[in-house]
Design a protein around this ligand. Structure first.
Ligand SMILES: [Zn+2]
Length: 254
């Protein structure tokens, strides 16, 4: 699926520090729901991500091992079932203590643009850095049922960007899979824009790229609700990510 983009773990991948297990069990809810086989792959991915990423802190902020490991684990969860061991072209991960205030025109959905300052929990730049708010990163790891996860969101954008076009369609196996993906996502996207959704927040209707990023957050964080309300979309995401999070979730209610 990823062809030449595929990034492999090297033999020299540093070992996963066993002390991170307790941290991840306590602070990253999803960690406890993984099978031993999944955990073994996750540990290699996390160790590699921590070691090979260029980490940067926003001015006045200080990075700790906890911050790096929690970001690495959430970013790695998206890779767990993919034929990909890392994110190509991420020049650095820049961590801010909390949300970032930006100025300039930006889309607010439905073709509407606003020039009001906006507050962002994260940002993914094509072949550049990924920017994250630590407050949101920590909350997303600890309280998945809220549905939001800035790390899943921004790294979903990075997967989408791998084919050079940020259009809500990541690299897929073949043309048949691509056509089915576009059909299912377009139908769900049109519905969000026209009438909203019980699981996908309105921001998903901003454009197809944001739709994929928000759908990814919900796929991992409100898996059973997404499977109930958007079964076709859930199936596409399950096929792409090679994971079935609804099956591993404890019951989350409607
Ligand atoms: Zn986004």
């Amino acid at each position: 699926m990823f062809g030449s983009l595929r990034r492999r773990l090297s033999r020299s991948t540093p070992a996963f520090d066993p002390s991170w297990r307790l941290l991840l069990t306590q602070r990253f809810r999803h960690w406890s729901w993984l099978t031993p086989t999944e955990l073994a792959r996750m540990e290699r991915l996390v160790a590699d991500f921590v070691a090979t990423t260029r980490w940067e802190a926003a001015r006045g902020f200080r990075l700790t091992e906890e911050i790096e490991v929690l970001i690495a684990a959430q970013a790695s969860l998206l890779l767990l079932g993919l034929d990909l061991d890392g994110y190509p072209d991420v020049t650095s991960v820049i961590v801010h203590p909390s949300t970032v205030r930006l100025h300039g025109a930006h889309p607010t959905g439905g073709g509407v643009f606003s020039s009001a300052p906006r507050v962002l929990a994260g940002q993914a730049h094509y072949q550049g850095p990924v920017v994250l708010s630590w407050a949101d990163t920590r909350r997303g790891a600890e309280y998945p049922t809220a549905g939001h996860n800035v790390v899943y969101h921004e790294f979903a954008h990075r997967l989408d960007m791998l084919d050079g076009i940020t259009d809500g369609t990541p690299p897929l196996d073949d043309e048949v899979a691509r056509q089915r993906w576009v059909e299912v996502c377009t139908a769900a996207y049109d519905t969000v824009r026209a009438e909203g959704s019980p699981v996908l927040r309105p921001y998903a209707g901003t454009n197809p790229a944001e739709f994929f990023a928000v759908a990814t957050e919900v796929f991992f964080n409100r898996a059973q609700s997404l499977r109930t309300h958007e079964p076709a979309l859930y199936r596409e995401l399950r096929a792409f990510y090679g994971q079935d999070p609804a099956a591993r979730w404890p019951s989350e209610g409607p």
